[in-house]
Write a protein that binds this ligand. Sequence first.
Ligand code: 13P
Length: 253
Amino acid sequence: MRKQIAAANWKMNLTLQQGEALLDGIISKPHSLKENQQAVFAVPFPYLAMAQAKLAGKQNVFVAAQNCYSKKSGAYTGEVSVEMLQSLGIQYVVLGHSERREYFHESNQLLADKVNICLEFKMLPIFCCGEPLAIREANTQNEYVAKQLEESLYHLSPDQVQQIVIAYEPIWAIGTGKTASSDQAQEMHAFIRSQLAGKYGVAIADSISILYGGSVKAANAVEIFSQPDVDGGLVGGAALLVDEFVAIINALK
Ligand code: 13P
């Protein structure tokens, strides 16, 4: 069975003390993660060590970085390498979030390089894709997302692509309170899976987890996650609230 993942993306929110309190709150609440389920916390770089220490030994719980640089090491002031993350014991990195694509001009090609360096260091990318509103309104979202996948992932070997988690985040649903309907999410997730199947075969496509992101909250998580091709969520705002995120973890199938 595919991994089902509730991933929190804190973005650039919370002080260290608030982050500690949030994690303490979440781990103190009853939540059960079955063997195929994971909770992942993508926290800001300065909090990675804190989160890693707090969550150490918790079964099926992982810490993620929100980004990394595409080069191994060197004179890149202000950047963070995958090797640094690996040395902290981090296992996941969010790549290509729409905010990074928009504000920091990350291209599909740069993301292909980031994917490569992550895999070289055995770091698992949570690769984000998704279309802006104008593309959805023009009904060309399939072509748009297919190109993102093709240009950043399709150079990978079958073994490598199975290390990737995909997060479909329609930009018009991020932080807007506007969620894609569960049908819209399922439709795009099935499309992404069919594209992967076309390139890598059905067995591999069926093994890749595809998360939905965009205004996921406790009130809609069960319905969205129950869709057959939706394998959990990448959650922003609602992941900053203890009860909301615990309920989202518990909504995993
Ligand atoms: P919201 O859940 O706040 O809409 O953010 C989604 C997101 O961007 C997660 O990466």
